[in-house]
Design a protein around this ligand. Structure first.
Ligand SMILES: [Zn+2]
Length: 260
């Protein structure tokens, strides 16, 4: 692949990722607010309800253009819209860079989208929805049919490992984490297989711990405050899809994803 073709490929993947982020943002917001997903087919201003035009719905670009606010009522557009779209773009570009133009890239994008959605509902509503966690696991197992019996077994082992580790923490800490986190990791495990799930748990806890320490040190949170863990577990899952095989190769272990 020439450099120009590669650059265009990465750019389009980032644009698709931003659009996916924008879409998942709507799904997560409506789920948390218990509104129907498909009722209003187009997005409208959160403040005045005016339907947005096509040019106001371009991910990232529209936010930068409309920074000063809605054209009708002047309401500020929440920064989280930009954050979610930028995160989507980054994930799209990273996955495309890592997996290239391949079927695996489609799998990786589907699984990363599921992880992203679960992170958003946990961030917005403090809740991991079993339906979305199950959907993630279901998609993972469907994908694994291509890997035959070993692929499916790896998915089951991953689900058991993910669920088991969180379950042990819940029981030992008596309420530090919720069962939603356990279903999220069961779904993640089915999609990632047991080795990448172990790496996802490790990176998720490390990133979560580092950010919690940072927030504590800066006084943004108190020791007793609860921090949702789901977004960090989901982030760990995405980091694992990108870096897992490389990490295991450092120890001479060949991990092939999505299956052997
Ligand atoms: Zn408005």
């Amino acid at each position: 692949m020439s450099l120009i073709v590669f650059a265009v490929f990465i750019f389009f993947s980032a644009a698709l990722g931003a659009s996916m982020g924008s879409f998942l943002n709507v799904v997560a917001s409506r789920t948390v607010e218990e509104r129907s997903w498909w009722g209003e087919e187009r997005s409208s201003c959160d403040s005045c309800g005016r339907k947005l035009t096509a040019t106001e719905l371009v991910p990232i670009v529209s936010w930068l253009v409309l920074r000063r606010g809605c054209r009708s009522c002047g309401a500020k557009i929440p920064l989280r819209y930009l954050g979610v779209e930028a995160a989507g773009a980054a994930i799209g570009a990273l996955l495309a860079w890592r997996w290239g133009f391949s079927v695996t890239l489609i799998f990786a994008a589907a699984i990363a989208s599921g992880l992203f959605l679960n992170a958003l509902t946990d961030l917005y509503g403090g809740h991991v929805y079993d339906l979305f966690a199950l959907g993630l696991g279901g998609a993972g197992m469907l994908m694994r049919i291509g890997g035959g019996f070993p692929g499916l077994t790896d998915g089951l082992l991953g689900a058991l490992l993910g669920f088991g580790v969180i379950a042990v923490i819940i029981i030992a800490s008596r309420g530090g984490m919720g069962w939603g986190d356990a279903s999220l990791m069961a779904g993640t495990g089915a999609a990632l297989g047991w080795q990448l799930t172990a790496w996802a748990l490790y990176t998720g806890f490390m990133i979560g711990g580092a950010i919690a320490l940072g927030l504590l040190a800066s006084g943004r949170i108190k020791r007793k405050d609860a921090i949702p863990l789901g977004p960090f577990l989901a982030l760990g899952g995405i980091v694992s899809i990108v870096t897992g095989p490389w990490f295991f190769s450092l120890f001479g272990i060949a991990v092939r994803w999505p299956w052997y």
